[in-house]
Every structure is written in structure tokens, then in C-alpha cells.
Design a protein around this ligand. Sequence first.
Ligand code: 48H
Length: 261
Amino acid sequence: MDNLKPVSEVDITRAIIKKATDDWLELAESDVIIVGAGPSGLIAAKILAENGLKTVIFERRLSFGGGIGGGGMLFHKLVIQDPASDILKEVGCRLEKISEGFYTTDTAEMIAKLSASVMDAGAKMILGITVDDVMFDINPLRITGAVIQWVSVIMSGIHVDPLCVASKALVDATGHDAEILAVASRKNPDLNLLTLGEKSMNSKIGEELIIEKTGKVFPGLYATGMAVGTLYNTPRMGPIFGGMLLSGKKVAEEIIKDLKR
Ligand code: 48H
């Protein structure tokens, strides 16, 4: 029988607190904070980290992938098309060809391969954290970071003051609810941010418009994925994910340009 190295309960506790604290001290001043570990946030984080930017994803659930896992009406497949398919091929995700330039993939495989590539690129992903507000500065007016809280504290309903993480770019990748844009708009009318809500289904127009409108919405604040649709009232597109991946790629490229200027 293999003998496991004996480790005491106190050793376990000290190791976890020490290493987690080291990470938190490091990410307290990040280059980029991405809120939400769905497809757009994941691919953005991968590209940003590959380009040397200190990038952290805060995800409220204890899992990642966002809407990928639900596939189409819980069937475990989703659809992807050229040229976004190259992004999945690059992370080793197997695609099944339906017709020229049009594929399906397994939801679990896409989550696993995309998420692994984020970690391999050097981005941090912290689970169980909700971003529930933004930080701002004046002269010039800009968004300077995220206000964060354990999701378990929010669920408990007791009031506990949050903590803050600074960023040069804060990305709303929270999907349909565009939570960061919504809270920034509600609390700060001077930002002139109005989230209109998404429009009914049209896959082709929906994907095209989301990619086109992805990017900076205010100094320090960016939007990607379905949050863009909610901001600009563009159509939803159903379980086709090419637009989400290209939106994540586009927001990363814009941030890299802005921060490396
Ligand atoms: C921390 C948060 C917070 C918060 C939310 O919904 P997602 O998958 O987001 P996208 O935009 O990358 O992808 C959208 C896609 O999945 C989808 O829904 C499509 C294509 N729909 C088309 C249609 O017609 O319906 O992921 C967002 C993630 C989730 O994991 C949330 O838990 C997380 O963000 N999140 N995390 N703090 N305040 N709000």
C-alpha cells in the first residue's frame, strides 16, 4: 500500500491561507479584471495574459464556463463557425464538422479546454466572488477597479463591507444581465451609461452586432459577450458561440492597445 505523507490539520490551514493571501496581495493591483468566466471572458483572459498583462477573472459560481454548459436547451452540444472555430482548435477542442466552416462541439470539452488555456497563459481565476460595484476616480472621470464580495456573504443576507481590487481595465463579461454596466449606470448617472436590454432572437445579426459593438464603454470600463447585447439592445443568437469568442478576442486586443500605449 502507498503511504501518504502525514499532514496535520494546522499544516493544511496554514498552507491554504498563506498561499491564498500571497495571490490576493499580488492581484490587489491588477492590469485587467474580467468579471465572469463565460466564453467571452475566458478567451479575453487567455489573450490578455499571453500578452503579459496581469489578469484576473472573478466568477461568482464555483464552476466556470458560464452559459457553455447549458449547450442548446441542455443538449450537450453547441455550435461554432469559422473563423472562431480556429480559437477552439488552438486550445485543443475537438470539433465535429456539419458542413463547410460549421461545426458542433461537446460543451464539457469546450469548458475544460478553454479554461485550461486561461490558466496555462498565466491568468488567475478566483471562484465564489461576486463583483457588486465599481470603483471610480475623478479628474479625469474613469473606472478604476472592482468592489468584490464572497458570494456566500451576499447569499447570507448579512451586511459585510466589501474589499476592492484596482484595475487599468475592468471588463463586464457577465452575460445577459450586464451586471457591471447595470450597477455602474444605476449608481453613477454622470457616466451616461444606459443599458437598454437585449433584443429578440436573430442569430446572424446578433453575432455580427455584438462583435462590432464590443469594446470600451467608458474610460477604464469595457464590455464583451452578451453584456454588449444588453447594453446596445442587439438581438440574442441562441447556442452559437462564434460571436462570443470573437467578442472576447476583440476586447482583449483593444485593451492591449490601450494599456501598452
Ligand atoms: C461575478 C458574475 C457576475 C458578477 C455574472 O453568461 P456567460 O456565459 O457570458 P458570455 O457573455 O461570455 O456568454 C454568453 C453565452 O453563454 C450565452 O448566454 C449566449 C450566447 N446566449 C444566447 C441566447 O440567445 O441566450 O457567463 C457569464 C458569467 C457566468 O458564469 C456568471 O456566473 C458570471 O459571469 N457572473 N461573476 N460577479 N457580478 N455576474
